[in-house]
Design a binder for this molecule. Structure first.
Ligand code: FMN
Length: 369
C-alpha cells in the first residue's frame, strides 16, 4: 500500500523509496524488479518455475514451445557441459567456477501445446500472487503455427509473449525446427505478422550471430514489438584433446560470462539507434546482480539470466536481486536513473585524447632475443 508522504514516518518513507528502487518498465509493462528468469530446461516443469517466482524474479519466461516435433525430439538428444577456463569439463552444479563456459544442444518443451499452455496458465496464477510477470515463449518454426499459438496464449489470459526468432541452432538442428533470422526485412515481416495476431506485450528475442543486431532490433520495434531481447547465444565448437573429436560431438550453443561485453555493446548501440525509451532487454552473460547492473548501464530495462540458474539453482536470482538492490542503494539511484548511463557516456576512439606512446607500457620486455 502506498502511503501519502505527509502521513508517513521517515522509516515508512524510506521503505517506500526502497521498494520503488528496483521497479522497471518495459513498454507498457511494469516489473517489480529487472531480474528476469530466462528460459532454459529448469523452466520446463512447475517446480523450476515456482522456484524462480519464489526467488523473487521480476519476470519468468517459461521454456519455449513450437509445433515442430523435431524441436521436441531434440530435447531427448540434448546434452550439456560446463567447461572451465582450460576447456575441461567440471561437475554440473553450484561448485562450478564463475568463469565457466556452458555448451549445450538443447531442445524445446517436450509435451504438446495444450499441456504447455495449461501449465503456463496455472503458473501465471501463482506468479500474479507474487507480483511476478509470467511470460509465454514461442520459438519460430512455421509462421502460421506461431501466430495461432500466440492467439491462444492471449485467449488463455497470459500477460506477455516472447517470440524467439534468433536461436543459435537453426543451422545445426533438423530443418525448420527453430529459426535464426538474420535479415532486418524478414524480422520486420515476422514481427508485423505477430503484431497482427496478438495485442499482448510482445518481446522479440534476436540472434547475437549477426553484426546487425541494432538493425534487427529497429526492424522489430518498427514492426510493433514492445521490446527486443538481445541477444541469443552463439555457436561454437570445442575440440577435445583426448578424443580429438568435438566436445559433445558437434557444434554447440555456447555461453558464459565472457559474452557480457558483447551484450552490453549491442545494448548501447541499440539505445543510440532507437532512443532511451526503446524496450531493451539484456541477455547472455549475466551471472549476478552486478552483471545485471552492467547491462542496465548499457541500456537494458531488464536483464535475463538463464544458464547460471540452470547450473546453480534459483538462489542465483534471489542473490542477483539483493546485489542489484545493494548496488543501487549505495549509489542512491533507481533502476530508471541507472539505465543507459554507460551507453550515453560512450565516445568514439577519435574523441579520446592523444597519449605519449602509451602503447610502450603494454609490451613485455623480453630479455632474450
Ligand atoms: C540449455 C538451454 C536451454 C535454453 N532454452 C531456451 C528456450 O527454450 N527458449 C529461449 O528463448 N531461450 C532458451 N535458451 C536461451 C537462454 O534463454 C538465454 O538466452 C541464453 O542462455 C543466454 O543467457 P545466459 O547467459 O543467462 O544463459 C536456452 C539456453 C540454454 C543454455
Amino acid at each position: 500500500m502506498r502511503l501519502h508522504s505527509s502521513l508517513a514516518t521517515p522509516a515508512q518513507s524510506r521503505a517506500q523509496a526502497d521498494a520503488g528502487r528496483l521497479e522497471t518498465s518495459i513498454g507498457r509493462l511494469r516489473l517489480k524488479n529487472p531480474v528476469i528468469a530466462a528460459a532454459a530446461e529448469h523452466l520446463i516443469e512447475p517446480a523450476g518455475i515456482r522456484a524462480a517466482i519464489a526467488a523473487g524474479a521480476g519476470a519468468v519466461v517459461v521454456k519455449s514451445t513450437n509445433e515442430s516435433q523435431a524441436a521436441k525430439d531434440q530435447l531427448a538428444r540434448a546434452e550439456y557441459v560446463a567447461l572451465d577456463a582450460n576447456w575441461k569439463p567440471v561437475p554440473w552444479g553450484a561448485s562450478a567456477p564463475p568463469e565457466v563456459t556452458l555448451a549445450t544442444r538443447s531442445g524445446l518443451y517436450p509435451g504438446d501445446f495444450e499441456s504447455w499452455l495449461a501449465q503456463a496458465v496455472a503458473m501465471d496464477a501463482e506468479a500474479r500472487a507474487e507480483d511476478c510477470l509470467l511470460v509465454a515463449s514461442l520459438i519460430l518454426s512455421g509462421l502460421d503455427a506461431s501466430l495461432e499459438m500466440a492467439r491462444r496464449v492471449e485467449a488463455a489470459g497470459l500477460r506477455a509473449l516472447e517470440f524467439n526468432i534468433g536461436t543459435p541452432y537453426a543451422s545445426q538442428a533438423a530443418k525448420g525446427a527453430v529459426s535464426t533470422e538474420l535479415d532486418p526485412k524478414r524480422v520486420h515481416e515476422l514481427v508485423r505478422a505477430m503484431r497482427g495476431a496478438t495485442s499482448l506485450p510482445l518481446w522479440v528475442k534476436l540472434t547475437g550471430q549477426s553484426e546487425r543486431v541494432p538493425e534487427l532490433a529497429e526492424a522489430a520495434i518498427e514492426a510493433g514489438a514492445d521490446a527486443v531481447t538481445m541477444a541469443g547465444r552463439l555457436l561454437g565448437m570445442v575440440p577435445d584433446l583426448d578424443s580429438m573429436a568435438p566436445v559433445l560431438g558437434t557444434s554447440l550453443g555456447i555461453g558464459g560470462f565472457w559474452n557480457l561485453p558483447l551484450t552490453c555493446h549491442w545494448l548501447a548501440l541499440s539505445r543510440a539507434r532507437l532512443g532511451p525509451e526503446a524496450g531493451l532487454i539484456g541477455i547472455n552473460g549475466a551471472r549476478d546482480g552486478h552483471d545485471v547492473a552492467r547491462m542496465i548501464l548499457a541500456g537494458a530495462a531488464a536483464v535475463g539470466i538463464a544458464s547460471p540458474v540452470m547450473l546453480r539453482g534459483a538462489g542465483v536470482l534471489r542473490q542477483a536481486v539483493a546485489e542489484l538492490d545493494a548496488y543501487l542503494a549505495a549509489k542512491g539511484l533507481t533502476v530508471a536513473q541507472l539505465r543507459g548511463r554507460a551507453a550515453d557516456a560512450r565516445r568514439g576512439f577519435a574523441d579520446m585524447p592523444p597519449l605519449d606512446e602509451n602503447w610502450r607500457r603494454y609490451i613485455t620486455k623480453d630479455s632474450t632475443p
